[in-house]
Design a protein around this ligand. Structure first.
Ligand code: FES
Length: 110
């Protein structure tokens, strides 16, 4: 498909991020997939996108494995069908908060 932000892909794969399911482009790194999920916020994260800043740390497991979660960099690892992201850095948590949690009520103005 034709968006130049994403590496060439034929289909979407299903991943779970902190218990919520999302469809993201295959053959792309997780950080790019997170941008696909939340295009208005992930570009404003303080990410280097080249494995230097460490602000994109995450942990994941795969379906049907009993292995402990693996710590990885979201700007390095490719998404895979059935990937379950079970831990996010503070920066990822902040940039994905709008899609992971229900909207919070606006504080009163007083
Ligand atoms: S975005 Fe900087 S290390 Fe991944």
């Amino acid at each position: 498909m034709g968006n130049p932000l994403y590496r060439q892909y034929e289909k979407l794969v299903t991943i779970t991020v902190m218990g919520k399911k999302f469809q993201v482009p295959e053959k792309n790194i997780c950080l790019r997939a997170f941008q696909y999920i939340s295009p208005e916020t992930v570009p404003y994260g303080r990410f280097c996108w080249n494995q230097e800043c460490q602000l994109c740390r995450m942990e994941y497991t795969m379906d049907q494995t009993s292995e402990p979660p693996r710590p990885v960099l979201a700007c390095k690892i490719l998404v895979a069908e059935g990937m379950q992201v079970v831990g996010l850095s503070d920066e990822l948590n902040w940039t994905l908060s709008g899609v992971l949690r229900p909207p919070q009520p606006r504080p009163p103005l007083d």
